[in-house]
Design a protein around this ligand. Structure first.
Ligand SMILES: NC(=O)C1=CN([C@@H]2O[C@H](COP(=O)(O)OP(=O)(O)OC[C@H]3O[C@@H](n4cnc5c(N)ncnc54)[C@H](OP(=O)(O)O)[C@@H]3O)[C@@H](O)[C@H]2O)C=CC1
Ligand SMILES: CC(=O)N[C@@H](CCC(=O)OP(=O)(O)O)C(=O)O
Length: 345
């Protein structure tokens, strides 16, 4: 199968290329670049020299559909809402890494993303691609809205306890931290070296575009409207997300019982690893891999559960989960091409 990438010179794209190169059933097809059409890929990414070096192309929907079986969008929000429809109309499957198709409500999208939403006709085709939870729907999808990086870590970390009936759904606090690659390759004041090195910043409080996405998933999974307190922080590292999450439980349980709930829930999910009692994951322990690692601590004194969930934002939070979804769509083992040991140290 040949897969095209739109958003060629961005971080999502280069991570897709790294993963696809090792995938036994996916070949790198057209790579589209808005800014560097006509250039060799290695001019932007010399590390690709002698490995994979296509000429970057301009966006041409006819050519893309003739030469590829699938298209990944690794573009900023506001782009795929315009470029996915002409491709879907031509019958090719699309996986969108941006937020353009994740929210079912156009009003919510407009209000949080500040872009014009895509028409409902196309929005209704989108399946939310949280692989561990929605595999059945993903199998037959034509358009995947790949989850955001923070929502992936948050949802995988909290869904088991939210579905257990033990949680007080009104008490969820998500304290989230991301490495700088989460902001993409574009230059900005907040992410340049002197601003971020040896520094720790909270940002987008109460205004982060992932708030409605996380709340939508929690509502879907519990049947109850849920609001969350969500604070994001930028930390001086390149990759990695850690969500430290707190919620109150309705009844007194033991950490053992909670460990059991999580272990059962993820028993057949190879990319989610629940740490044993008293062990908590660090971002480096998933670096470069498609794992989401989860640690749990129940404090009987406060009746509050702490859940720590870590991912690599560019792998499980973006390109890796996108490929996991393609594996599911094609009936291949979901681990195909994704069996990386995390890079350490
Ligand atoms: N970075 C991360 O950890 C994660 C990112 N995402 C989402 O994935 C998407 C890609 O992210 P990422 O790769 O990090 O972002 P980058 O900013 O690194 O790359 C996006 C690329 O899209 C292309 N592009 C930019 N503007 C336009 C435009 N107006 N029209 C068409 N193409 C354009 C550019 O490449 P070119 O000029 O070559 O076309 C750009 O390099 C985003 O929506 C992001 O929010 C989701 C989860 C995690
Ligand atoms: C560190 C950092 O800046 N991260 C970005 C994540 C962007 C992203 O992934 O955006 P969508 O998923 O909505 O496309 C942010 O917090 O906005």
């Amino acid at each position: 199968m040949k897969a095209a990438i739109i958003g060629g010179t961005g971080y999502g794209s280069i991570e897709l290329v790294r993963l696809m190169k090792k995938h036994p059933h996916i070949e790198i097809g057209t790579v589209v670049s808005n800014s560097h059409a006509g250039a060799k890929f290695s001019e932007n990414y010399p590390q690709l020299s002698n490995i994979v070096d296509p000429i970057l192309e301009a966006f041409n929907p006819d050519r893309i559909c003739q030469e590829n079986d699938l298209v990944f969008f690794a573009t900023p929000s506001g782009v795929s809402s315009k470029l996915v429809p002409p491709l879907l109309d031509r019958g090719i499957k699309c996986i969108d890494l941006s937020g353009d198709f994740r929210l079912r409500s156009s009003e919510e999208y407009e209000s949080w993303y500040k872009h014009t939403p895509v028409s409902e006709d196309y929005l209704n085709h989108a399946i939310y691609g949280l692989s561990e939870i929605y595999a059945e729907k993903i199998k037959t999808a034509n358009l995947i809205a790949n989850p955001g990086c923070y929502p992936t870590a948050a949802a995988l970390g909290l869904i088991p306890i939210l579905k257990s009936n033990l949680a007080d759904l009104n008490t969820i606090i998500i304290d989230a931290k991301s490495g700088v690659s989460g902001a993409g390759r574009g230059l900005s004041l907040t992410s340049h070296y002197a601003e971020i090195n040896e520094n720790l910043k909270a940002y987008k409080l109460g205004a982060h575009q992932h708030i409605p996405e996380i709340e939508q998933t929690f509502q879907d999974e519990t049947g109850h409207p849920i609001t969350i307190t969500f604070t994001t922080h930028l930390v001086p590292m390149t990759r990695g997300i850690m969500c430290t999450m707190y919620l109150s439980l309705n009844e007194n349980v033991t950490t053992d019982e909670i460990q059991q709930i999580y272990s059962e829930f993820y028993k057949y999910k190879p990319f989610v690893r629940v740490r044993s009692q008293g062990a908590f994951p660090a971002t480096k322990e998933v670096l470069g891999s498609n794992y989401c690692d989860i640690g749990l601590h129940f404090d009987a004194r406060t009746n509050r559960l702490t859940v720590i969930s870590v991912i690599d934002n560019l792998v499980k939070g973006a390109a890796g989960q996108a490929i996991q979804n393609v594996n599911i769509m094609n009936g291949w083992d979901e681990q195909t091409g994704l069996e990386f040991i995390p890079m350490y140290p």
